[in-house]
Design a protein around this ligand. Sequence first.
Ligand code: KG4
Ligand code: ZN
Length: 352
Amino acid sequence: MMRLLGIETTCDETSAAVVALGPDGTRTILSNRIRSQDDAHRPFGGVVPEIAARAHVEILDTLIKDAMVEAGFGFDALDGVAAAAGPGLIGGVLVGLTTAKAIALGTGKPLLAINHLEAHALTPRLVEDVAFPYLLLLASGGHTQLVAVEDVGKYTRIGTTIDDAIGEAFDKVAKMLSLGFPGGPAVEQAARDGDPERFALPRPLFGKPEPNFSLSGLKTAVRLAAEAIQPLTERDVADLCASFQAAVVDCVIDRTRIGIRTFRREIGTPSALVIAGGVGANRAIRQALQRSATEAGLRMVVPPPKLCTDNAAMIAWAGIEKLRRGMVDGFDAAARPRWPLDEARAKPGARA
Ligand code: KG4
Ligand code: ZN
């Protein structure tokens, strides 16, 4: 039995969770407390780092206490303490990592400094038995990558966005259509009643042989289409959202198809196609990927939406994956604003 406390503070969700791995391999989320800071950031239309850091400080102790109470045991019963050590907003990362260090030091338990992206990448193994290697579409507010997950700590980036992340594009489209913050769920909701064919929007990089993504031109096309029909009615907004989402879906399907081909050529046979990161909460994108997987003869694994967006259960689980391999961190583990999964392929200056 292995029981870990996980802490997540890299962006605008504060979270504490306890996850257990049983001797028979059973994974149990004993608690997963998440406090979103959406209300605090909404007036600014995006995440304000200083507000985020302060909000983490204010609530983290309470969330940890609640998570432990729900789990039903004290710090002494833990086998380790895991915290996201990056990439992310440095103020918030410092709050979570320092708290984890304090608990680990005070209780003599091992410390696990977790890469937030690695935690997203390993989440499918928390919910299902998924063998290495698998193909991961990691799509969040800051990242859009196709990654070959070959083992814990062994990730090969197959493709990446050359400009905006998918989640970022959803957020920007939401902002320009005054749908509020965070944008992803709002755009998905508005798209539900819209006509996906009303606006002919571009599908950047569609058909290109490298499995990369580009969202910036699509986002601009939405802005131009919106400006051309001012003032916007509710129907216009719904149609714009539906057309935008349909374009993203087409790109995701096409880019993933190329990604699978690249994986088979460079890595081998993937055990599954997996999606992780906040964009994985989008139902249209989940369904599209399911079709891509079926077409390629691959199993599809999609964590439930609550485990796709930022949460501490994924941090605790990544901690378990590392701890059982003896990959423990020292108290000198640094908080890292940038921390690419595949250091070798990360371009200088690229978003982590
Ligand atoms: O993984 P996450 O919670 O935080 C980061 O690490 O970035 O991802 C948040 C991103 C945001 O850009 C948000 O708009 C997007 O994921 N997102 C969605 C949906 N839910 C969250 N995008 C599209 N559709 C959704 N339903
Ligand atoms: Zn994330």
